[in-house]
Design a protein. Structure first.
Length: 209
């Protein structure tokens, strides 16, 4: 069964306060999301396997550790997920990046896939799906479906803020996927927005309304 991890690191919580603040402008919002994504990446990669190698220090030869070459893939859900990619790549520059584009059908309100471009070897990669918000869970479930249909097996989901309703939807649809959250909020409102939330992450990242 997939686990849910809520990060309580003081730096993440501090920066999240300014991300939530409606008076935080686009430039600062973008920088803060980038920074929190880096801090979350530090935690999400905690269990990456290591190999032992010999290294020549200026003094002697030492046994030391390197990543064992496990392949990683970062998959932002367009468009807001793009705001988290660079922060993760700062720590894991060799990761490949794929993209999943979804829009909400105005009549059924269900997410519809319109664009998918993924690394060719996703079956061999540990995939991290990223989106700042996990609200109803519809987009996250659809994005993970898209990866599984194309051979993805080892998948994690990472977001800044989640509603309990969305977490339950993802857990039910994809019980094998671990969920990583910076803050678990109170609820969804009648319009499907997270309360207290941070508004529309895409609009705030890209300065659109």
């Amino acid at each position: 069964m997939g686990k849910v991890y809520v990060f309580d690191h003081p730096l993440i919580q501090h920066k999240l306060t300014y991300i939530r603040d409606k008076n935080t402008g686009t430039k600062e919002f973008r920088e803060l999301v980038d920074e929190v994504a880096s801090l979350m990446a530090f935690e999400i990669t905690r269990d990456l396997p290591l190999d032992e190698v010999d290294v020549e220090t200026p003094v002697t030869t030492a046994k030391s550790k390197v990543l064992s070459g496990k392949k990683l893939g970062i998959i932002p859900i367009l468009r807001a997920g793009l705001g988290m990619v660079d922060g993760i790549l700062k720590l894991i520059p060799a990761a490949k990046v794929g993209h999943v584009g979804l829009y909400r059908d105005p009549e059924t309100l269900q997410p519809v896939e319109y664009y998918v471009k993924l690394p060719s070897d996703i079956a061999e990669r540990e995939l991290i799906v990223v989106d700042p918000m996990l609200a109803t869970g519809g987009s996250a479930v659809e994005a993970i479906d898209s990866l599984k249909k194309r051979g993805g097996k080892n998948i994690k989901f990472m977001c800044l803020i989640a509603a309990p309703e969305g977490v339950e939807v993802v857990k039910e649809a994809h019980p094998d996927v671990d969920i990583y959250i910076a803050a678990l909020d109170e609820k969804l409102n009648d319009h499907g927005y997270i309360v207290p939330g941070l508004g529309d992450a895409g609009d705030r990242l890209f300065g659109t309304k």
